[in-house]
Design a protein around this ligand. Structure first.
Ligand SMILES: NC(=O)c1ccc[n+]([C@@H]2O[C@H](COP(=O)([O-])OP(=O)(O)OC[C@H]3O[C@@H](n4cnc5c(N)ncnc54)[C@H](OP(=O)(O)O)[C@@H]3O)[C@@H](O)[C@H]2O)c1
Length: 232
C-alpha cells in the first residue's frame, strides 16, 4: 500500500454526503485534501484542508481549483469526482430534456473537465488515482430515471478512458458504484429505512483503499449494494 502522508487528494461534492465522508476519512488518515464546494465557508477548518469554490457547470472552475491546489500543496495525487445530481427525474417518454441536459453537464462533463485539468499533475505523481463516484445505475437500468442511468453509464466510460490514457504514467482509475446510500440524494425514498442503505462512511473506507493500492493492484469498478440483486 502507498503511504498517505503527503498525498494530495482533490474531492468534489465535498460539502455533503459521500464526498464529505471521503474528505473526513482522508483527513483522518493523513492525506492533504483540497475540497471542491459550491459554497466555501461551510467546511470546518483543518490544517491539511484547502476549501475551494467548484461548480461542476463552470468551464473555468476546474483550472482555477487545480491551480489553487498546486499553489497550496505543490502536487496532486488523487482526484475524487463525487459531485452529482439525480433530479429532475428523466422518464423515457418525457419530452422535456432539462433534467437530462443537467445530468450530462454535472455528472459527465464536470468530471471530464476535472480529469483534464488535473491530468498533468496526476501524471507527474507517478501514482495518480481517479475515483469517479458512478452508481449501480451505471451498470443496469432498474428504475424510471433513465437519464441518470445514461449519465452514470457515460461516467463509467470516462473512467475507462482515463485508465487507458493514464496507464503508462501510473494513473489508475476506478468507478465506485453504489446503490442507495443514506444521503440527501435518497431522502425521497420512503419505502427503504435509512439504516438499510449503504453508509457513506463505508464508501469512504473503500475510496481510501482505492487511493492507496499500488499501481500493480488496480481495481476498475467496485459495485456496492445494500440489497440482493441477481447480478449485483
Ligand atoms: N446517494 C445515493 O444513493 C447514490 C447512489 C449512487 C451514486 N451516487 C452518486 O454519488 C455522488 C454523491 O452523491 P450524494 O449521495 O453524496 O449526494 P448529495 O448528498 O445530494 O450531495 C451531492 C453533492 O454534489 C454537489 N453538487 C451538486 N451539484 C453540483 C454542481 N453543479 N457543482 C458542484 N457540486 C455539485 C452538492 O453540493 P451542494 O451542497 O452545493 O449542493 C453535494 O456536495 C453523486 O455523483 C451521486 O450520483 C449516490
Amino acid at each position: 500500500m502507498l503511504d498517505p502522508t503527503g498525498r494530495v487528494a482533490l474531492v468534489s461534492g465535498a460539502s455533503r454526503g459521500i464526498g464529505r465522508a471521503i474528505v473526513e476519512r482522508l483527513l483522518a488518515r493523513g492525506f492533504h485534501v483540497s475540497a471542491g464546494v459550491r459554497t466555501p465557508g461551510a467546511m470546518p477548518a483543518h490544517e491539511r484542508l484547502l476549501v475551494e469554490r467548484y461548480d461542476a457547470e463552470s468551464e473555468t472552475a476546474p483550472a482555477a481549483w487545480v491551480a489553487a491546489s498546486i499553489a497550496r500543496f505543490g502536487r496532486i495525487d488523487c482526484l475524487v469526482n463525487a459531485a452529482g445530481i439525480s433530479t429532475p427525474r428523466t422518464p423515457l417518454d418525457d419530452t422535456d430534456e432539462t433534467g437530462l441536459d443537467a445530468m450530462w453537464r454535472i455528472n459527465v462533463k464536470g468530471p471530464l473537465r476535472m480529469i483534464r485539468a488535473a491530468l498533468p499533475h496526476l501524471r507527474a505523481s507517478g501514482t495518480g488515482r481517479v475515483i469517479n463516484i458512478a452508481s449501480l445505475s451505471g451498470k443496469r437500468v432498474a428504475n424510471a430515471n433513465f437519464g441518470y442511468a445514461i449519465s452514470k453509464f457515460a461516467l463509467i466510460a470516462l473512467t475507462q478512458a482515463t485508465r487507458r490514457e493514464g496507464w503508462e504514467s501510473g494513473i489508475r482509475a476506478t468507478s465506485l458504484c453504489p446503490g442507495f446510500v443514506a444521503t440527501d440524494m435518497t431522502a425521497y425514498v420512503a419505502d427503504v429505512p435509512r439504516a438499510k442503505m449503504t453508509d457513506p462512511a463505508d464508501l469512504a473506507v473503500l475510496a481510501e483503499t482505492l487511493l492507496l493500492l499500488p499501481n500493480t493492484a488496480t481495481i476498475g469498478e467496485v459495485l456496492v449494494n445494500w440489497r440482493l440483486e441477481p447480478l449485483l
